[in-house]
Design a protein around this ligand. Structure first.
Ligand code: GDP
Length: 308
């Protein structure tokens, strides 16, 4: 069993490859829910949706969100009616959000709702929201503190980023299922996701760091040189006081890593890391990286051996 910590783009690309070398029922994914948002009465969990759609084979892997071939009729109508509709949500995607919102309103936890939706989608992997508590990642900008989705989707990342904060401030408890998945696996893989807005929210959940400190943890950098492969990770890292590169990424994960993987092209030199081609431009590249990560896990020494 391999357990991933995941956001909604970089790590799902790696999971796509891992599915070709491991059976789905050997994979658990602890998913960031800090970017969740209620829109027009429905519950969007962008990273959970991406991971669930990936395992069910319906994900649009051009954009890494939404269902392949979805239509946008409802969004086209709603976007002029509601200021909340700044996210283009497909019709079938919205059906999932409606169903999830209904389950939550009827008292299901997010973990239970995810189990039900995954069953419906024929997902055999274990897809786990990091917490059942409601927690929101907000970006502090010169214009005030805004929801991550507003920052990234509505404002397209524009404006000066001054930091990140979570609402509520107190770290939420990780679910029991999440802690079990971390404790009871062969190794945990922190995929190449945004360290600040995808991985840190998971690491903040109560119990996660302690569980990880007992596990063999492999991290993969989402940076090549001084830029992330995609997305706003650079500005967010800088605002939070980390260099926007692999050194900063290792800094966010601090003493949790047993093995850290940097891209072969990365000009940032971090002693003790393993160099691999991490640029997953297609399914074959994802598979090659996943197979290499699995080989490293299986030939590892003890905790901290070969770590950084
Ligand atoms: P989000 O939820 O959409 O922000 O997605 P993630 O946090 O899971 O992934 C975003 C991060 O993935 C960015 O920081 C990218 O640099 C990184 N990323 C995307 N594709 C790749 C890739 O092929 N290789 C590597 N190393 N990183 C990638």
């Amino acid at each position: 069993m391999i357990t991933f910590l995941s956001g909604g783009t970089g790590t799902p690309k790696l999971i796509r490859g891992m599915r070709q070398v491991l059976d789905d029922d050997q994979i658990s994914v602890v998913v960031n829910t800090g970017e969740d948002i209620w829109v027009s009465g429905n519950h969007i969990s962008p990273d959970l949706d991406t991971v669930m759609y990936l395992f069910s084979g319906v994900l649009d892997t051009d954009t890494w969100w939404g269902l392949r071939g979805d239509t946008f009729t409802t969004h086209e109508m709603l976007k002029d009616l509601s200021p909340e509709e700044f996210i283009a949500i497909g019709d079938r995607d919205r059906a999932v959000h409606i169903a999830r919102a209904d389950l939550l309103r009827r008292g299901c936890s997010l973990t239970e709702a995810t189990v039900r939706l995954c069953r419906l989608f024929g997902v055999r992997a274990s897809v786990l929201p990091m917490t059942d508590a409601r927690v929101t990642t907000r970006v502090k900008t010169s214009a005030g503190s805004i929801h991550f989705q507003e920052f990234w989707v509505k404002n397209r990342g524009a404006g000066e980023v001054m930091g990140v904060e979570w609402y509520p401030q107190d770290p939420p408890p990780a679910s029991r299922e999440v802690l079990d998945a971390i404790r009871e696996c062969e190794a945990v893989v922190i995929g190449p996701s945004n360290p600040i807005t995808s991985i840190l929210p998971i690491l903040r959940c109560r119990g996660v760091r302690e569980a990880l400190s007992e596990q063999y943890v492999v991290g993969i950098s989402p940076f090549i040189g001084d830029a992330p492969v995609s997305g706003p990770a650079g500005a967010l890292m800088t605002a939070e006081g980390y260099p926007p590169n692999s050194i900063g990424t290792a800094g966010v994960y601090s003493d949790l890593l047993d093995l850290f993987i940097q891209d072969v092209r990365d000009t940032v030199n971090l002693p003790g890391t393993v160099r691999l081609d991490t640029l997953m431009v297609d399914e074959q590249k994802s598979r090659a990286l996943a197979a290499a990560v699995l080989r490293l896990i299986r030939k590892r020494g003890g905790k901290n051996e070969g770590g950084i």
